[in-house]
Design a protein around this ligand. Structure first.
Ligand code: PLP
Length: 384
């Protein structure tokens, strides 16, 4: 039996037709009609004023940080429970992450810890919010929408407003998510970032996007993404980047976004089916679903309780049964490039990350395949 993969794209719509169109019209590079259309579709599906398409989620994060004013030497507040790309984007901007815990209610940036530590560890010096012990300026907060679940953005925004720091949200896998019935484009972040990597709910092959409701920030980001070019005469007014999405990638992205509602509902249905199938599974907990948010359910799975060994062992047993299960992110504060960061108490993250099991959740997962996964999970659980 072939392995049932963790998350692979469903390219059964207009993807191949649009790709052929790129070749037929020779628009294969970083300008083209699909790029413009993709940006409009991203803005519309996230409830944002506009969008800037980029070559990846990581480059979108870097660009958004630079656009809101992060400069070398700064600190950027980040939950440690994230994919390392969030921290890397901060490093690419010459800044360093200030690492926070998540709360157990949502696995997103803990607003309580944020509020307490900002009060204790910072002061305004010459109008700049400064981290006292490192004497570094704090220039952004980057909440992460873990597993497609938004952070508690009203609370985080109130704190950000008090301390006058912009929010750049890492919403990489959160297309389709809602917070208090608002879509992710309407959540008080100066800029939010999506990824369209192959393992996300919608893909463009590789790619990302910045969304915002601030037209001037969007224009600035777009300018920086295209080598800060001022016209056709090779004039450039800043050190820009070559971060644009290509028309080929956007062609795939457009075909995916045409079906975004059905891709998101496929993810949510998979999650619901797993929850129903595993409610009798001993000593596990489901991924959080606080009543203030609706996850896009990018990934599905559960957390193993203390009677199990860790998730890597459980996943290995599932892999032996040809189920593409995987543990989840190793947090940033335990990654060698970041162990010397400014790190807050990590109680929730430390107790959590080794026990998370993610299960096959491709948008094209069939009912029969999900049955096979469910039976295998029961089998492995019974043997442990
Ligand atoms: C996927 C992901 C990224 C990186 O996106 P790429 O397109 O792979 O560069 C960043 N942050 C989070 C939370 C992600 O899930």
């Amino acid at each position: 039996m072939a392995m049932i993969p963790l998350a692979v794209p469903d390219l059964s719509g207009n993807e191949s037709r649009y790709l052929q169109e790129c070749i037929d019209t020779s628009f294969v590079s970083s300008v083209g009609p699909f790029v413009d259309r993709f940006e409009q579709m991203v803005a519309k599906s996230t409830g944002s004023t506009g969008a800037v398409a980029t070559s990846s989620g990581t480059t979108a994060l870097h660009l958004a940080l630079v656009t809101v004013g992060v400069v070398p030497g700064d600190l950027v507040i980040l939950p440690s429970l994230t994919f390392i790309a969030s921290a890397n984007a901060i490093s690419h901007a010459g800044a360093s992450p200030w690492l926070f815990d998540v709360n157990s209610e949502s696995w997103t940036l803990d607003p309580g810890q944020l509020e307490t530590q900002l009060a204790l560890e910072t002061e305004f010096i010459d109008g700049q919010l400064t981290h006292k012990s490192s004497n570094r300026r704090i220039s952004a907060i980057m909440p992460v929408y873990t597993l497609g679940l938004s952070a508690d953005m009203d609370r985080i925004y109130n704190i950000a407003k008090t301390y006058r720091i912009p929010i750049v949200a890492d919403a990489a896998a959160a297309i389709g998510a809602k917070y208090r019935d608002r879509p992710i484009g309407g959540l008080n972040a100066s800029m939010s970032v999506l990824s369209f990597n192959g393992n996300k709910t919608a893909t463009s092959g590789s790619g990302g996007a910045i969304i915002s409701n601030d037209e001037s920030l969007l224009a600035h980001a777009k300018h920086l993404s295209t080598t800060a070019r001022c016209g056709a005469d090779y004039s450039h007014d800043q050190i820009g980047y070559n971060y644009r999405m290509s028309n080929i990638e956007a062609a795939i992205g457009c075909a995916q976004l045409e079906r975004i509602d059905s891709l998101v509902s496929a993810k949510q249905k998979i999650d619901k089916t797993y929850r129903e199938a595993f409610c009798t599974l001993r000593d596990i907990e489901f991924f959080p679903s606080p009543d203030w948010a609706r996850s896009s359910n990018w990934f599905s799975g559960f957390v193993l309780g203390p009677t199990y060994s860790d998730a890597s062992n459980f996943c290995q047993r599932l892999n032996d049964l040809n189920i593409g299960a995987r543990p989840f992110w190793k947090p940033v504060h335990l990654q060698s490039p970041y162990v010397t960061s400014v790190i807050e108490n990590m109680e929730v993250t430390d107790n959590l990350w080794r026990h998370i099991v993610t299960l096959p959740c491709s948008t094209g997962l069939t009912k029969e395949e999900q049955e096979i996964v469910i039976n295998a999970v029961h089998e492995v659980s019974n043997q442990q």
